[in-house]
Design a protein around this ligand. Structure first.
Ligand code: GAR
Length: 200
């Protein structure tokens, strides 16, 4: 029996597409749901076009009541009984109650070399700091933001003239390699850290 994977998105869902496309053939997992906090998220149509069931729970009516939003989010999730949740550009902070419920079963991709630059504006902060390299991290989700055990990282050089946008684009290429690779390993029961070599 395949592992069941739900993917949570907020935007265009390019990482989600790469995850979905990776789960074919002898891959031990299959996508069972793409879920967004934004009913207008572009990734929902992309997921539907790939034949994956989609759902949305708009966070806005819940205001600052994160727990109530998460309770609503749990309904479509529970309906598909996922073994793993992949956060893929999901831009809502989760409460400890939610992260505890999915402890060890929820992954996230973050566009920095954690533990550097948790939170937002990672590329601008790497440039401001004068870093020579940047990258992305896939980690287990725990109660603390962008802080769980690291499952994999990929690195890119920072180049002269980089802007946050050019650096983000270079990192995103690596996100698309790293996340499917880590998901496959985790689905196979391998949580040893993966450090992807830079492409030649
Ligand atoms: C990705 O760069 C992802 O790492 C980042 O949002 C982007 C989503 O792009 N996630 C975070 O910043 C999480 N804090 P996508 O929708 O095209 O996958």
């Amino acid at each position: 029996m395949s592992l069941r994977v739900a993917i949570l998105i907020s935007g265009g869902g390019s990482n989600m597409v790469k995850l979905v496309e990776s789960m074919t053939g002898d891959h031990p997992a299959r996508p069972v749901l793409v879920l967004s906090n934004d009913p207008e998220a572009g990734g929902l149509a992309r997921a539907a076009a790939l034949g994956v069931p989609v759902a949305a729970v708009d966070h806005r009516p819940f205001g600052t009541d994160r727990a109530a939003f998460e309770a609503a989010l749990t309904a479509p999730l529970a309906a598909v009984a996922p073994d793993l949740i992949c956060l893929a550009g999901f831009m809502r902070i989760l409460t400890p109650g939610f992260t505890r419920a999915w402890a060890g079963r929820m992954l996230n991709i973050h566009p920095s070399l954690l533990p550097k630059y948790k939170g937002l504006h990672t590329h601008a902060r790497a440039l401001e700091a004068g870093d020579a390299e940047a990258g992305c991290t896939v980690h287990e989700v725990t109660a603390d933001l962008d802080d769980g055990p690291i499952l994999g990282q990929a690195r890119v050089p920072v180049l002269p003239g980089d802007t946050p946008d050019t650096l983000a684009a270079r990192v995103l290429v690596e996100e698309h390699r790293l996340y499917p690779a880590v998901l496959r390993r985790v689905a196979e029961g391998n949580r040893a850290r993966l450090d992807l070599a830079s492409p030649a």
